[in-house]
Every structure is written in C-alpha cells, then in structure tokens.
Design a protein around this ligand. Structure first.
Ligand code: IPM
Ligand code: MG
Length: 368
C-alpha cells in the first residue's frame, strides 16, 4: 500500500523552525516504527504572499485537498500588517479551513505535571487539568455575510454577521458528543443565548442532538462570558466544551494559558470523513508566528510536535503511537528540558528549539 501523504505548510515566523523538529519526528516514525509518510512541502501565509502575491496559491489549495493530512506551522508577521485585508497571511489559513470544510476544531488544554508551577494560576487549580475545547471553525461571524465597511450617511459602518444554520450546529455538536464519550463523557455548550438569536438556536440544536442521539452524555449550557470566568476560576469542572467560532477563538487562548505556555498546545481541525473513513484534516499549534523570536532557535516546538501526535491519532488511527509521542514529551519535561517560554528570568539557561527536538527524539528511542 502507498504511504499516506502529509502536506507541510510551515508558514511564517517560528513556523519553519518548529516544523523542522516535526519533520525529524516524522522521519523517526518512518525509520523506527515502520510508519512512513510521503511528505510534501508548500507555502502559506506571508511566505506564499512573497512568492505568489497571494497567501494561498490555488495549487497549494488543491494539494491540501488531496493530502491525507495537512500540518501547518503559523502565519503572519509585522511585515504584512499593512497589506490589503484580502491578501493578509491569515486569509490563507481561513481559506484552508473553509474550503477543506474543517468544521470541528479540537483544542486540548492539558496541564503537564512538570509545568503546573508555571501557570499563572495556583497549582492546585490547574494540576492534572485535561479539557478539550471543540470550536466550530467554518461559520459564524468569521464568514457570515453581509460583511464589510460601508458608507452610511456621513460616516462609515463596519459590519460582520453572526450566522449559524441548524446543520452547522448539529454537526459540530455531534463531534463534541463523540469525543466526550471517549473522555469524561461531559459536554458544556457555550453561547450568548441571553442576547443573541444565533445563541438561542445553538442551545436548542445542541440540546436536540443530545436528547435524540447522546442521552448518555452529561450536557450543560453556559453563557460564554460566564464560561470565561469559570475557566480561570475552576477549569477542572470541564471535560469537553463546545462553542462557536469566535467564542472558541477567545476561550481557547484563555484555556491554553492555564497550562503555563501557549508553546505547548496542539490543535486538530477536522471535516467530515472521506470514503476511506479518514476525515479531511489540518493540524496546527495554537500559538502564532511569534515574529519577535523568529529565527533565533528560541521557539518551543512542542505544540507543533503534539499536533503531529494528534494527526497520528485522528487521521491515521495510530492512537498507541500518538501516546508514545505524548509520553516522550511528558518525559523530557519531567526531566527538566525547558525552552525559554517555560522558564522564569531566574531559572537558568533555556535549551534551543533543536535541543528540545533532540531530547524528544532521545525519549522516543528510549521508549522502544
Ligand atoms: C486561531 C487564530 C486565527 C483565528 C487567526 C490567525 C486567523 O487566532 O487559530 O486561533 O482567529 O482563528
Ligand atoms: Mg486565536
């Protein structure tokens, strides 16, 4: 059988250097676990704009649709701040999400024991934390029409539209319930049904999907502002959180920081399953392109490496190998390996991006 294909879009800023460590990990699985991938590379974001004048070339879009999974680094940087909105680096990422129809964005926030002291919250609030935010990713205010900046009388008005159809809510709710069954069996749905009609519909549809097909899963509803508060007050009350595109964007950054560093958190964006049962999928770290530290070997590659672990689990049905990689990461953290984002100013000298890669590869070797 042909090897599965991976399209790597390293992107901008620290994207290429963290992805450099991921390719070493991919090679390791090919060499040591008989799990070889055919890896291709292409451009996205500012890097694509520099070459093609667009943040995602049509050929790249076609390759992404054809690949078994896409791994993305990060997009954006100050160099592109003044570009027209339509060609900003972020548009490349949003086009991938939309055209691949990746409606379910899984953002786990897990606090590694070795890092519990590093959270801005008290250790007992976050130690052992393991929650999953399921963010709707292809609709809502990110894509709703009408949108734009229009003239109205003698001034301008900026308009975006929050829009959700029943089927859009239905499918992301299902993915949250399915996930919950494989974890703590609890879903909390977040919206603003107190002020938004789209929130009222969201709540209704999530409840209906639950009552009809997932009555065994514990379901609760929360207003998203309260959800933000609860996330920093007592995050361990949650198992799976399902929410819309914009609330999910915000709440997932908040949840991410509970774990001590944005440099730790992976994500998976999944679409409907293909004929072979494999979903369209894109994996990317939750962190951004961090232009301030790009090219200096300071970036933490763990979020990107754990995103590949999610690919092993969700695209390639290799849950055991995903766990092997996750354990290797846990091991190096327990052994004290720290990139700069995981250290205070008085904690000594951090290791480099490549040294973190070395340590994880050594832990993988030791796992055999
Ligand atoms: C994210 C990012 C993106 C978003 C940006 C880069 C467009 O913040 O993935 O959370 O807003 O979705
Ligand atoms: Mg975000």
């Amino acid at each position: 059988m042909a090897n599965p294909t991976l399209l790597i879009l390293a992107g901008d800023g620290i994207g290429p250097e963290v992805m450099g460590q991921v390719t070493r990990i991919i090679d390791w699985f090919g060499a040591k676990r008989d799990l070889a991938f055919d890896v291709e590379h292409d451009l996205v974001g500012g890097a694509a704009y520099d070459k093609h004048g667009t943040p995602l070339h049509d050929d790249t879009m076609a390759r992404a649709l054809a690949a078994d999974a896409v791994l993305l680094g990060a997009v954006g940087g100050p160099k592109y701040d003044n570009l027209d909105f339509s060609v900003k680096p972020e548009r490349g990422l949003l086009r991938l999400r939309k055209e691949m129809d990746l409606f379910s964005n899984l953002r786990p926030a897990q606090c590694f024991d070795a890092l519990a002291d590093f959270s801005s919250l008290k250790k007992d609030v976050v130690a052992g934390l393991d929650i999953m935010i399921v963010r709707e990713l292809t609709s809502g205010v990110y894509f709703g029409e009408p949108r734009g900046i229009f003239e109205e009388g003698n001034e301008r008005v900026g308009i975006n539209t929050q829009r959700y159809t029943e089927s859009e809510i239905d499918r992301v709710a299902r993915s949250a319930f399915e996930l919950a069954r494989r974890r703590g069996n609890k879903v909390c749905s977040m919206e603003k049904a107190n002020v938004m009609e789209s929130g009222i519909l969201w709540r209704e549809v999530v409840q209906k999907v639950h009552d009809e097909d997932y009555p065994d899963v514990e379901l609760s509803h929360m207003y998203a502002d309260n959800g933000a508060m609860q996330l920093v007050r007592a995050p361990k009350q949650f198992d799976v959180i399902v929410t819309d595109n914009l609330f999910g964007d915000i709440l997932s950054d908040c949840a991410a920081m509970l774990t001590g560093s944005l440099g730790m958190l992976p994500s998976a964006s999944l679409g409907a399953p293909n004929a072979d049962g494999r979903p369209k999928a894109l994996y990317e770290p939750v962190h951004g392109s961090a232009p301030d530290i790009a090219g200096q070997g300071k970036a933490n590659p763990i979020a990107c490496i754990l995103s590949f672990a999610m690919a092993l689990r969700y695209s390639f049905d290799q849950g055991d190998e995903a766990a092997r990689l996750e354990k290797a990461v846990e091991q190096v953290l327990a052994d004290g390996a720290r990139t700069a984002d995981l250290m205070g100013p008085e904690d000594g000298t951090p290791i480099t991006t490549a040294e973190m890669g070395d340590a994880i590869l050594a832990a993988l070797d030791a796992s055999l």
